[in-house]
Design a protein around this ligand. Structure first.
Ligand SMILES: Nc1ncnc2c1ncn2[C@@H]1O[C@H](COP(=O)(O)OP(=O)(O)OP(=O)(O)O)[C@@H](O)[C@H]1O
Ligand SMILES: [Mg+2]
Length: 252
């Protein structure tokens, strides 16, 4: 479990996150939702230790993450950020190889090669393995970065808007794969989502942010209601059920 306690983050005297308390259960999918600028990416970066909190702490299984060395953290947590900036003259296969660095330190063994092959296959990148990143479409590049994180083979996977640029089929497949990883391999997944239907349909748990504070949090089925979602986005959201799955309607 990841416990976030009293986490605040200030930039140039402007509070970006304000005393955030949240619990992210292990072995489950937690969706981070909320309007643009709510602080979702900031919270993800603070959890990943890519930013330093002004106050508060993040604990993983009871251990303050600041006390875990970066190389150890990279074996426990993989992160795909919202901005995928990287040298574009990198081939897909080399990018996915980077995911093995915390395990292999650059000397790839059979286990590393198997993990890379597995990641390329799972994210349908085999035909693209020799392409440079700047020769890919937006969705293909997004999948390459997710494959990198998957190859890292960590217990925790943190993904910031991974459905960006993905078509219907690849978006659905990614959510199904994440569900599979949580259910069969006990992986813990934290995922920033804007599409409410993916969030309510696939995630177990939710942390909703607004204006740098927690608006609501808890088991998705209990706390994501028409009222709470409408207030969060300041737009009417109705919840319906179609073929046993919840559907959010917000085009009315
Ligand atoms: N480098 C920065 N300098 C100043 N303000 C920043 C900086 N980075 C983020 N912010 C501000 O912090 C707030 C939270 O940003 P954050 O990126 O965490 O939001 P978000 O919830 O991820 O939004 P989105 O859904 O648009 O990705 C926003 O008001 C943003 O303008
Ligand atoms: Mg963001």
């Amino acid at each position: 479990m990841i416990d976030v306690t009293g986490l605040s983050f200030t930039l140039a005297d402007k509070p970006i996150l304000d005393t955030v308390d949240a619990c992210l259960p292990a072995g489950q999918i937690t969706a981070l939702i909320g309007p643009n600028g709510a602080g979702k990416s900031t919270l993800l970066k603070l959890i990943a230790q890519q930013l330093t909190a002004s106050w508060g702490r993040v604990c993983l299984s009871g251990c303050d993450l600041r006390s875990i060395k970066p190389e150890e953290l990279a074996r426990r947590m993989a992160v795909v950020g919202q901005q995928l900036d990287v040298a574009s003259r990198v081939r897909v296969r080399d990018l996915v190889c980077f995911g093995r660095w915390p395990h292999s330190r650059g000397r790839l063994g059979a286990e590393d090669q198997a993990a890379i092959a597995d990641a390329l296959a799972l994210f349908e990148l085999e035909d693209l393995r020799d392409r440079f990143l700047d020769e890919l479409s937006g969705g293909q590049r997004q999948r390459a970065f997710i494959a990198l994180a998957y190859a890292q083979d960590t217990d925790w996977l943190l993904l910031d808007e991974p459905l960006n640029n993905l078509d219907l089929n690849h978006a659905r497949n990614l959510m199904a794969q994440l569900r599979h990883l949580a259910d069969t391999r006990g992986k813990s997944i934290v995922i920033v989502l804007h599409d409410l239907n993916y969030a309510i349909s696939w995630a177990d748990h939710v942390v909703a942010l607004a204006g740098g504070r927690v608006a609501f949090a808890g088991p998705m089925a209990e706390v994501a209601t028409s009222e709470s979602l409408s207030a969060l986005y300041q737009t009417p959201v109705a919840l319906r059920e179609v073929e046993g799955r919840p559907i959010a309607c917000y085009h009315g």
